[in-house]
Design a binder for this molecule. Structure first.
Ligand code: C2E
Ligand code: MG
Ligand code: MG
Length: 742
């Protein structure tokens, strides 16, 4: 460091002129000049620390002139706290020198000492001091000098502080990030992790402390759904150290991490790899929810769209879609045949009332299915609502054949909830023609034809004919005419005798309403349905009851075993207090309510309203009898009989008409009568027209007989002879023996 020990005074003096000797081509700089120009302060101090000489850097560093420094203790240049120990140092150097010279080595320096220097102005700065012996005197006791080199290291402090700050910033950043970070060396060993990494992966600290990377990897892999892919990715990246990657890891516990990987570089050299893991589970769950919500919405929208055009029960087109198809068909090329087949199930209400809505629904579904099998795939089949369906044929060569096929298709029985049903339908067919190009007119014509089919006895199809309009008008006229008839007393009552099979005499008569219109009798089948629809049946029924009780009071009073039967519609049972009305009428006419029979059809028992049953129960309590009329028609069943509040079963004339010769076997009749008797009910046969029928029924122990064989319904004035005729007819059956009657 310092090469000339004799040049000390010259170092303190100003730099002297260069040597006078001729300069070599590349003159070496004079050592003194080197010392003078050096950035570090260089002092030569005596054994007791007194400054003997300094270089220019010392003056600059401490702000003293050389003259001020030489002769003073060099320790005044050091901050308090750094001044002691000089002596000890000096001794140590001397000892070391002695030891070195014994060993033949040359080693004069001690490691640099950190200290603080004090400038002339009192300010301090960080410095590094290096002490070394200047020369070795021949005599160990001779005084020696020492050089002290002082380097201003305050710049180092700043650099260190910057580094420390950068390090703390880095570590704070690493620890505060939500990402888990793992640094792996180029050799594949874990070089570092942040706390987040450890907690995200749940790696026990003890496991990490073992530095067993394989165990850590195993712990990580156990949590993943696809560990093989994890390994594959890692392997691929280590084969390509400079590559970056991004992928997603799925955990067994449902979490999802995003994985980023970048090479770790120092001076452009890849020294390892940084893996960062981000828990994106909440984001993924939110995304999944959004995706699901979007899918649900799309599905709902599709369902809503389908529902908007589809009948949800049968899956057929609905009214709106049908209207669209019809409009499109009618606006098609001129001359294209368009046929509408409008159909309505017969007595469907009874299926609902008797078997329940579930059975009703099943029947509608089955009808829809059968309709589809009767038409071509492109023909439109729609459910317009309730039990009303429509079929549209475009360009059909034979629409009548399709209509026939549809009616026939329902003849095959339907099994619903263990019951066999034979549904039937009424179908109206209307076709486009020169005077019907309008959709609503075509539909109206199909509707009129359908009503005509119903009026003609149901279970059939009819093609629209202009005359049908007339009957429609008649139907509407009927209602207004009937109202007038009720108000003006045009409703009369005829009575039909009922003969006791045991006694051979008339023990009962049935009151039947008659509308005398312009001198002609309108049959009940024509006006009773209208009366029921319009509610007029309430007034008609009351009129029949009142007239019956009034007109037959003497006949009833003559024999308390005689009875008067009146037909009661379900509408009447739902209107007001029917039981009270009956009580009031019988009381006012002096008729014993026990002589009254109320004929109801089975469907009244299946109305949702329990008032019907309550009324009948109240009437039976008052002594009136209840008869189940027209039994065996519609959807009635023997199985239900035992639950109904009835006293008598009236077997419908359609069953009686099955007896032709009297020699046939009719187990259904046997079963009906047997079952009714088993339940304690009496049985009346309706529509007995021939002696064979009467004989057959009596052999089955049928209790009462009613029919033209004995007498048809007659007005009160003609009832006496009718009753007598009936007894005679019965007597004729028994070989001319006439029991006393009347
Ligand atoms: P219903 O109560 O079953 O009455 C018996 C019907 O069968 C009567 O028809 C009667 O004339 C008819 N009849 C009787 N014996 C024979 C026969 O041997 N052969 C044939 N073919 N028919 C026979 P009607 O009077 O035309 O009444 C028809 C239906 O109208 C009645 O059937 C009943 O359901 C209803 N009806 C009549 N009057 C009233 C009433 O005042 N109120 C209610 N709610 N319905 C009524
Ligand atoms: Mg009747
Ligand atoms: Mg009847």
């Amino acid at each position: 460091m310092v090469s000339n020990s004799h040049g000390g005074s010259r170092m303190i003096a100003s730099p002297r002129p260069p040597h006078a000797s001729p300069r070599p081509p590349h003159p070496a700089p004079h050592p003194e000049a080197v010392l003078e120009s050096g950035p570090d302060a260089l002092l030569v101090v005596s054994e007791d620390g007194i400054i003997l000489m300094v270089n220019a850097a010392t003056e600059r560093m401490f702000g003293y002139a050389r003259g001020e420094l030489v002769g003073t203790d060099h320790r005044m240049l050091l901050a308090e706290g750094f001044r002691s120990g000089f002596r000890r140092l000096f001794v140590a150097l001397r000892k070391e020198r002695a030891a070195d010279s014994d060993a033949g080595a040359q080693h004069d320096d001690l490691p640099p000492v950190e200290a603080y220097g004090v400038r002339h102005d009192g300010t301090e700065f960080q410095a590094e001091l290096t002490y070394s012996l200047l020369s070795t005197p021949p005599n160990p006791t001779d005084p020696v000098c020492m050089t002290v080199m002082i380097r201003d290291t305050s710049h180092r402090l700043q650099a260190d502080a910057g580094l420390r700050e950068a390090m703390s910033l880095l570590s704070a950043t690493l620890e505060s990030t939500a990402d888990g970070i793992l640094v792996v060396s180029a050799e594949g060993e874990i070089a570092g992790v942040n706390n987040q990494f450890v907690s995200m992966w749940g790696i026990p600290r003890e496991l990490l402390a073992t530095k067993n990377d394989d165990a850590v990897l195993g712990f990580v892999l156990d949590q993943l759904k696809d560990p093989a892919r994890f390994i594959e990715k890692v392997t691929a990246l280590y084969a390509e150290p400079a590559a970056e990657s991004h992928d997603v890891l799925d955990f067994h516990d449902g979490r999802t991490f995003e994985r980023y990987s970048r090479p770790q570089k120092v001076a452009n050299q890849v020294v390892g790899r940084v893996w960062s893991f981000r828990d994106v589970t909440p984001a993924r769950i939110a995304q999944d929810q959004i995706t699901k919500a979007m899918a649900d919405l799309a599905e709902q929208a599709a369902q809503l769209k389908a529902l908007a055009f589809q009948d949800p029960l049968t899956g057929l087109s609905n009214r709106q879609l049908f209207n669209d198809h019809l409009a499109a068909a009618l606006s098609g090329p001129c001359g294209t045949a368009v046929d509408l087949l409008l159909l309505d199930l017969d007595d469907f209400k009874e299926v609902n009332d008797i078997l329940g809505h579930h059975a009703g629904d099943q029947m509608l579904i089955e009808v829809g299915r059968r309709l589809r099998t009767c038409v071509r795939p492109n023909d439109v089949v729609a459910r317009l609502g309730g039990d009303e369906f429509v079929v549209m044929l475009v360009g059909s060569p034979d629409p009548d054949a399709v209509a026939k096929r549809i009616v026939e298709s329902l003849k095959v029985p339907v099994w619903i909830d263990g019951s066999m049903l034979r549904p039937s339908l009424s179908l109206g067919l209307a076709s486009i023609s020169e005077d019907t190009v309008d959709a609503s007119e075509l539909l109206r014509r199909a509707d009129i034809a359908m009503y005509a089919a119903k009026a003609a006895g149901k279970n059939r199809y009819l093609r629209f004919r202009p005359e049908m309009m007339k009957s429609l008008i008649q139907r509407t006229e009927m209602e207004s005419g009937l109202r007038l008839a009720v108000d003006s007393g045009q409703i009369e009552v005829h009575y039909q005798p009922i003969v006791s099979a045991k006694l051979g005499v008339v023990v009962q008569v049935e009151a039947l309403a008659r509308w005398v219109r312009d001198g002609e009798l309108v049959p009940p089948q024509q006006f009773i349905p209208t009366a029921e629809r319009s509610g007029l049946i309430v007034e008609i029924g009351t009129e029949v009851l009142l007239k019956g009780c009034t007109e037959l009071q003497p006949w009833l009073a003559a024999d308390r075993s005689r009875r008067l039967a009146v037909n009661v519609s379900g509408v009447q049972l739902l209107h007001g207090d029917f039981a009270e009305l009956v009580r009031a009428v019988t009381a006012s006419c002096a008729v014993d309510p026990r002589q009254l029979v109320l004929e109801v059809t089975e469907s009244v028992f299946f109305a949702d309203d329990c008032r019907v049953i309550q009324q009948l129960i109240a009437l039976r309590k008052a002594g009136a009898h209840v008869a189940l009329d027209d039994f065996g028609t519609g959807y009635s069943s023997l199985g239900r009989l035992q639950d109904l509040p009835v006293d008598t079963l009236k077997i419908d004339q359609s069953f009686i008409s099955m007896i032709r010769t009297g020699a046939e076997k009719l187990p259904i009749l046997t079963a009906m009568i047997g079952m009714a008797h088993g339940l304690g009910l009496s049985v009346t046969a309706e529509g007995v027209q021939t002696p064979a029928q009467a004989e057959y029924l009596m052999n089955l122990e049928c209790d009462s007989l009613q029919g033209f064989l004995f007498s048809g319904p007659e007005p009160q004035a003609a009832l006496g002879p009718a009753i007598a005729r009936s007894a005679q007819a019965f007597a004729a059956l028994r070989g001319g023996r006439v029991s006393g009657n009347r």
